[in-house]
Design a protein around this ligand. Structure first.
Ligand SMILES: [Zn+2]
Length: 117
């Protein structure tokens, strides 16, 4: 008797899009051609991702912004972008703070050495 298994469910393209939309709102933006055409920014030399003009480094691979790129004079970060920039700065600050405190805690412990006779 052969077991005819194969319960592999195939996701429809619509379901995949829903998943993407839920988990990666930025991807959704990238997939939307109407928004992409008006998107300002600099293309990452490493991964070609179009980053917001105000980003100092690539959002995807952390590559530095090309030195030749200048933020367009009229470009003003929208409130959402400003909030994100602030949050990122805050996150970095907290991360460094935690790292510092952790290191201090680790350094504070007396190093126990097994006494060998
Ligand atoms: Zn990149």
């Amino acid at each position: 008797m052969g077991s005819s298994g194969g319960g592999a469910e195939k996701l429809g393209i619509g379901e995949i899009r829903d998943l993407i939309n839920l988990e990666m709102p930025q991807l959704k933006e990238a997939l939307d051609p109407s928004k992409a055409s008006t998107q300002l920014g600099w293309a990452c030399p490493s991964c070609t991702f179009i980053n917001k003009p105000t980003r100092p480094g690539c959002e995807i691979c952390s590559m530095d912004r090309p030195e030749g790129y200048t933020v367009p004079g009229g470009h003003q970060p929208d409130p959402a972008e400003l909030r994100r920039i602030t949050q990122e700065k805050e996150a970095v600050r907290q991360y460094q703070q935690e790292k510092k405190e952790k290191r201090r805690a680790e350094g504070g412990w007396p190093t126990e050495k097994p006494t060998t006779i």
